[in-house]
Ligand binder design. Structure first.
Ligand code: ZN
Length: 139
């Protein structure tokens, strides 16, 4: 498959194969007016397969969402068909208003105004815990 190179925009590369759609949804890319391409199962030297997202515009991306779902992803900023910046993402220590607690008795499910906050509890397992009730959350 051949996708036109983008002139100005963002390429999220090295996404864990199978995570591209989830990142697309959680970043809210369906709400953009510009063209967005998701390439699934592209060949990768490192991991065999990867997903790639190309966004034909410069937008602010929530890097915490990308690193939570796919910690090995890289974010490339493209200007005039040249990659001017390459950012690797790192697992965030805190996730604020990105995921919701699964515990039905957690205060975040009953109080509307409260923020959903998780702290990284195990980096190797990519495991987070709700700061209010300690319930585990994984991607
Ligand atoms: Zn909770």
């Amino acid at each position: 498959m051949k996708i036109d190179a983008i002139k100005n925009g963002i390429v999220i590369d090295h996404i864990t194969a199978g995570c591209g759609m989830q990142i697309y949804n959680m970043l809210g890319l369906d709400k953009l007016d510009c063209s967005v391409a998701i390439i699934k199962n592209a060949p990768s030297l490192k991991t065999g397969k990867k997903d790639i997202i190309k966004i034909d515009s410069h937008i602010d991306l929530n890097l915490d969402i990308i690193s939570f779902l796919s910690p090995n992803a890289t974010v490339n900023i493209i200007e005039n068909e040249v990659c001017v910046e390459k950012r690797s993402v790192d697992l965030p220590e805190r996730l604020v208003n990105i995921i919701r607690c699964k515990n039905p008795r957690c205060i975040t499910t009953t109080e509307q105004e409260i923020r959903h906050e998780f702290i990284l509890s195990d980096r190797a397992k990519r495991e987070y815990r709700c700061i209010y009730c300690d319930t585990k959350a994984n991607p």
